[in-house]
Design a protein around this ligand. Structure first.
Ligand code: ATP
Ligand code: FE
Ligand code: MG
Length: 346
């Protein structure tokens, strides 16, 4: 089947066309129009600006995706869009556009959960479909460990109780004075710093559960900054690499240890990583090392699909479509949409 999907949950407008079956999929096109430049001067996403820019960007992006794929609208078997979680006014643009195309083409519509997109994104380039694995999803708004038994069959094992990992990167970057979004800037600074320079807390590492907390770490960095510069907390230039490396090491250690622990508890020999933070090189290296040591296979989402994109939405939609799980045209967006997990942790 051939799917056209739209992603507009936050500050990227994205359109992808994907063709495939349950075992493998081919991405015919995956276009992204980022609004980072627009929001950068505000240090975060401005919802009103985001939705306006989605509606401006969408139409040309659909045309571009079709041209890139070399097909016309009549070749699309189903239309999909992200329904949540995200900003309501941004979600509505993509969701309504995909519905309209489905109505006009007399084809089915598929309303997709953004987090299921991230969760399954490591399998987009798989030739054997979705395999059982212990999944770490680390994005700007979420940090979750999920046992993925197969498509549509997910058990939530742990999640953050406060900030998401990506959010911690973004907030710490802001405190240091690095641009938004902070993750890539922290990673770059960390490359020339020492991860042992500051002893930042590894929250909840000794707790038996698989939940996370990153707000204490953020506060610890804030204290360090105000000690370094009591005037305005802006660290001296030469201290930035060490702070970034030490902060990053604290985040990584917790993510790796908890995920390995989860895999062992689940008797799982396969770990996948997805979401924007999973493109962090130091995180990937730490996971590779830990997985080799524990005899666990690792699959990291391909860099093109870690941050927000429409290919991951099209991929979930493909599986839904093949199962005949179409959405009614009356369905709505849901800014707080939860992933449908079968077993919640005790
Ligand atoms: P969600 O999917 O939870 O709604 P989101 O869509 O904003 O949130 P993504 O687009 O998956 O999240 O990822 C963006 C996040 O990834 C940002 O917080 C960003 O700082 C972080 N990130 C991107 N690159 C890196 C990197 N190299 N190292 C660390 N973090 C990174
Ligand atoms: Fe996302
Ligand atoms: Mg984003």
């Amino acid at each position: 089947a051939t799917i056209l999907a739209i992603e507009s949950s936050c500050d990227e407008t994205a359109v992808a066309i994907l063709r495939g079956n349950r075992l493998e999929a081919e991405i015919l096109s995956s276009e992204i129009s980022s609004q980072i430049d627009i929001h950068q001067e505000y240090g975060g996403v401005v919802p009103e600006l985001a939705s306006r820019n989605h509606s401006l960007a969408l139409r040309p992006l659909v045309d571009k995706a079709l041209a890139q794929a070399g097909i016309g609208l009549e070749s699309i078997d189903a239309f999909a869009a992200t329904a949540g979680p995200g900003l309501a006014s941004s979600l509505l643009i993509g969701h309504t556009a995909a519905k309209a195309m489905a109505v006009a083409s007399k084809k089915p519509f598929l309303s997709i959960n953004h987090m299921e997109g991230h969760l399954l994104s490591p399998f987009i380039d798989s030739k054997q479909g979705i395999q059982e694995n212990t999944s770490l999803v680390v994005s700007g708004g979420h940090t979750m460990i999920i046992q993925t038994h197969g498509y549509g069959n997910y058990a939530l094992l742990g999640k953050t109780l406060d900030d998401a990992a990506g959010e911690a990167f973004d907030k710490v970057a802001k405190m240091i004075g690095l641009p938004y979004p902070g993750g890539p800037h922290i990673e770059k600074q960390a490359q020339s710093g020492s991860p042992d320079a500051y002893d930042f807390p590894r929250s909840m590492l000794k707790k038996p559960h698989l939940d996370f907390s990153f707000s204490g770490l953020k506060t610890a960095v804030l204290y360090t900054l105000s000690e370094l510069n009591p005037v305005d907390g802006r660290p001296p230039e030469e201290a930035i690499p060490d702070i970034c490396a030490s902060f990053q090491a604290a985040v990584i250690e917790v993510l790796v240890k908890k995920t390995i622990k989860a895999a062992k508890q689940q008797n799982s020999k396969f770990i996948t990583l997805s979401g924007g933070v999973s493109c962090n090189g130091a995180l990937k290296n730490a996971f590779e090392e830990a997985c080799v040591k524990n005899g666990i296979k690792l699959k990291v989402c391909s860099p093109a699909f870690t941050t927000d994109n429409a290919a991951m939405i099209a991929y979930v939609a493909l599986h839904k479509h093949l199962n005949g799980e179409h959405s009614p045209f009356s369905c709505d967006v849901d800014p707080n949409m939860r992933l449908n997990t079968l077993v919640l942790r005790k």
